[in-house]
Design a binder for this molecule. Structure first.
Ligand SMILES: NCc1[nH]cc(CCC(=O)O)c1CC(=O)O
Length: 322
């Protein structure tokens, strides 16, 4: 079926070493293998593990470590050095701006974007007892949960999802908050006690989606990755990331956004998007939320950010950044 005359090539895939990173990278490689076969591309795949700064620093709140892209810098260097040819990231850990020479080659279909809680006693969120101790290091999550339930005692919990689940019991949390997507990819859905609906907790920008970074000049990898791209996911993620960029955000500040497709035109060329964005104070005292609709994802992200700025979002964010 080959319409080109491709030479055999080993494509090296970089990944962080966490169980989730390895699992989602493995899943993407399986999909790329199937697509290569289907399209007659003579590619084989190899995994290279990379340790990032975010993996090494585990004892401080991430917003204090500072710097965007804590989990991606070493990976990007490996791409530039051609030690690897592509890297699978959780979209929510990908910085807003990629360096010159690198690009997001594909946004595969998103899985469940919601946050969920795992509790020691199988409680749902509304069952949590007065003053319950809830583990999360995300300012976005603490802001929204404290806003709904000022009595909760939010405490920092770091580490990969597997070590956080262990800490639920060993450190006496009543509940921990995690992205459902990571648990689904690990086939750990059965650990989920309940999902947090979006009117309670708007997810992180890009949550549940992946991004696949590659070199802009690598036409073969770009062609292969284009086969894995899901255009509707790419549209919603681009609205969310436009919102994040307009607020100069990273993943360690209290910002959340989620876009959905409301309507697609028959020809599939235009569609109507709805974007909900929030900015909150970490203690939950202030929580600003806007929902807007539009066709152009970039414009929609900017407009939603402007609407929040008009209500004081910049002041909240300046305070968090210190
Ligand atoms: N910041 C860590 C991180 N990056 C991606 C995921 C989960 C998977 C995803 O959202 O795609 C997680 C863990 C979590 O927040 O529970």
């Amino acid at each position: 079926m080959s319409h080109r005359n491709e030479q055999p090539r080993v494509i090296v895939v970089g990944t962080r070493q966490s169980a989730l990173a390895l699992t989602q990278t493995g899943q993407v490689i399986d999909q790329l293998k199937a697509l290569s076969e289907q399209h007659g591309l003579p590619y084989t795949f190899e995994i290279r593990k990379i340790v990032t700064k975010g993996d090494r620093i585990l004892d401080v709140t991430l917003s204090k470590v500072g710097g965007k892209g804590l989990f991606v810098k070493e990976i990007e260097q490996a791409l530039f050095d051609k030690e690897i040819d592509l890297a699978v990231h959780s979209m929510k850990d990908m910085p807003y701006e990629l360096p010159d020479g690198l690009m997001n080659g594909a946004t595969p279909k998103r899985v469940d974007p919601r946050d969920c809680i795992i509790t020691a006693n199988g409680f749902t969120f509304s069952d949590l007892p007065e003053g319950a101790k809830v583990g999360t290091s995300s300012l976005r999550r603490s802001s929204q949960l404290k806003n709904a339930r000022p009595d909760l005692q939010i405490e920092s919990i770091r580490g990969n999802i597997d070590s956080r689940i262990k800490k639920l019991e060993s450190e006496g949390f009543d509940a921990i908050v995690l992205a459902a997507a990571g648990l689904h990819r690990m086939s750990w859905e059965s650990k989920i006690s309940s999902y947090l609906p979006e009117d309670l907790c708007v997810p992180a920008v890009g949550q549940g989606a992946l991004g696949i970074e590659c070199r802009t000049e690598d036409a073969q990898v770009r062609h292969l990755l284009s086969l894995l791209n899901d255009p509707l996911t790419a549209l919603t993620v681009s609205a969310e990331r436009s919102f994040l960029g307009a607020l100069n955000g990273g993943c360690q500040i209290p910002i959340g956004a989620h876009a959905t497709i409301v309507e697609t035109a028959e020809n599939g060329e235009t569609c109507l998007l709805e974007l909900t964005g929030i900015v909150g104070s970490p203690d939950g005292g202030i929580l600003l939320k806007e929902t807007l609709r539009g066709q152009d994802p970039i414009a929609l992200g900017l407009q939603t950010a402007e609407a929040l700025k008009a209500r004081g979002a910049d002041r909240i964010l300046a305070e968090v950044r210190g």
